[in-house]
Design a protein around this ligand. Structure first.
Ligand code: ADP
Length: 489
């Protein structure tokens, strides 16, 4: 186990624009801290609207030549980039653990998942096919071409500092676009590390730009990305509230928008489920990244026939499997939450539920390990009006809701404006089909709690977003369809 991985080789404290490591024009910086112990890891440039405008201009210039490269050429650079990331993945995982807090094993899993997008899209770059449409008129030929949209503005969250960057960036670069990305202020370092490897792989200047800024500058940097006439597409992963702001701003220039927003995942365990498998799935789906992913189970719906047995098994799995600690300590499964604001929010949801009659069978409070740690929490007697059910928890809290019938489970599950991921555990084949088809969610896990893969489409229904990332579908948001009609034949 590479707990000795050294992050210093992949630590960069400048932003990356037009192939150069740069400071903010104001000279300002902000601190990136380890959420586990509050220590400063690095200070990085706090860039502003002017810096962003400059980065966009460079990306626009680079686009004029990058778009003319062949898919094979782009793929070749991306394959080298992928190989460098593979070689250095333990260092990248170490850095990720430091800035995000997630356990090292999970960080390594994320880096592996993240770099696999690079490999996948390096391959896909050669397969961005057009089409010839059979013509209804003998003298005409009808063609469809797919071309890169242009400069893409991207804003990413802190919960997957590596993979949310590669999932967007690699699809866009494969399509022939150039990008300006603003990573989350809590975790900008993982994206900067990727720039170094991109450069070493031969990525031309201006193709992949990273503009770092603190929370204070995020709205103005975001506004420039959304409103610049040189930017054609916006790709965002984060909260629904921020996504709606970006959509409004993007309306002014009618940008192509890809939005991966909040979830409120139902995790349904039916009477016929293999309970042991359902418990394993719940632990994986609910507690990874300390519950801070948009596909984490948010509402655990358990059918009445197995309710007591499931709660008992899940309680003892929490005792046995979960261990709080610093992400670099051997055996840690539960790192800190990202910051104190996050802990406050999670605790607020738990106390609201308890006040309204929920019972904390496990946890229910902050953990003495440090100000950002929260105990893995299991709440029973949860009712549908509680905030932990209506809101996205984004923390290690498992609220259990009892239901009677399949119809009731589907009604509860679909009773949300979010529609990202949903899960069901059942051994009844008919029920698998009925419920998988009936869930108003973009991603469904059947007897499985971990569902993401670079080869597959990721995205939500309703207010969970627009567009899909990953798989062959991930290219769509970064390409325009051009219809060409050739007449006089
Ligand atoms: P969280 O509350 O979990 O940080 P956000 O949606 O606020 O979720 O943050 C996700 C990303 O969006 C981060 O990179 C953050 O800096 C950025 N962000 C937040 N507010 C804005 C905004 N008004 N304009 C542009 N980006 C924003």
């Amino acid at each position: 186990m590479s707990q000795t991985a050294s992050y210093s080789k992949v630590l960069f404290d400048k932003a990356y624009v037009n192939g150069k490591w740069v400071s903010a024009s104001s000279g300002k910086t902000f601190k990136v801290m380890n959420p586990s112990d509050g220590k400063v890891i690095a200070s990085v440039p706090d860039m502003d609207a002017n810096d962003t405008t400059a980065a966009i201009q460079f990306a626009y210039t680079a686009f004029q030549t990058w778009k003319k490269t062949t898919g094979k050429e782009r793929g070749a650079i991306m394959k080298k980039w992928y190989a460098l990331m593979v070689e250095n993945k333990s260092d990248l995982a170490h850095l990720l653990t430091l800035e995000n807090g997630k356990p090292y094993a999970e960080a390594l899993g994320e880096v592996t998942y993240g770099l696999n997008f690079c490999e996948w899209y390096a391959e896909e770059a050669r397969r961005i096919y057009g089409e010839i449409i059979p013509s209804p008129i003998p003298t005409k030929r009808l063609l469809v071409l797919r071309q890169p949209v242009g400069v893409c503005g991207m804003i990413t969250p802190w919960n997957f500092p590596n993979a949310m960057v590669t999932r967007k960036v690699c699809a866009a670069l494969a399509a022939g676009c150039t990008v300006v990305i603003k990573p989350a202020e809590d975790t900008p370092l993982s994206s900067l590390a990727l720039c170094d490897f991109a450069e070493k792989a031969g990525m031309p200047p201006g193709v992949f730009n990273v503009v770092t800024c603190d929370r204070g500058n995020a709205p103005s940097v975001g506004k420039v990305l959304c409103e610049s006439p040189l930017v054609t597409a916006i790709s965002f992963t984060g909260s629904s509230a921020t996504g709606k702001i970006l959509l409004q701003q993007s309306a002014s220039t009618v940008k192509k928008c890809s939005m991966e927003l909040g979830g409120n995942a139902p995790f349904i365990v039916f009477n016929s489920a293999n309970l042991d498998a359902a418990v394993v799935g719940t632990i994986a789906c609910k507690f990874r990244c300390s519950g801070q992913t948009c596909v984490c189970a948010n509402r655990i719906l358990v059918q009445e026939g197995i309710y007591d047995a499931f709660v008992k098994k899940l309680s003892s799995a929490i005792d046995k499997e979960l261990r709080i600690g610093d992400g670099m300590e051997e055996g840690t499964t539960q790192g800190p939450l990202i910051n104190s604001k996050a802990v406050e929010k999670v605790d607020g949801l738990v106390q609201d539920a308890i006040k309204q009659g929920a019972v904390a069978i496990r946890g229910g409070k902050r953990h003495p390990r440090g100000p950002n740690f929260y105990e893995p929490t299991l709440l029973s007697n949860v009712t549908l009006n509680m905030r932990c059910v209506t809101e996205e928890i984004f923390g290690p809290v498992a609220p259990i809701i009892k239901f009677r019938t399949e119809e009731e489970a589907l009604t509860i599950a679909n009773g949300t404006s979010s529609g990202l991921a949903g899960y069901l555990y059942t051994q009844d084949l008919g029920q698998v089909w009925r419920v998988a088809e009936g869930l108003d969610f973009g991603i469904v896990g059947v007897n499985e709690g971990i569902i993401s893969a670079p080869e597959t489409p990721f995205g939500g229904f309703k207010e969970s977003g627009l567009g899909r990332e990953g798989g062959k579908y991930g290219i769509d948001d970064f390409t325009e369809i051009k219809y060409v009609c050739i007449g006089g034949i």
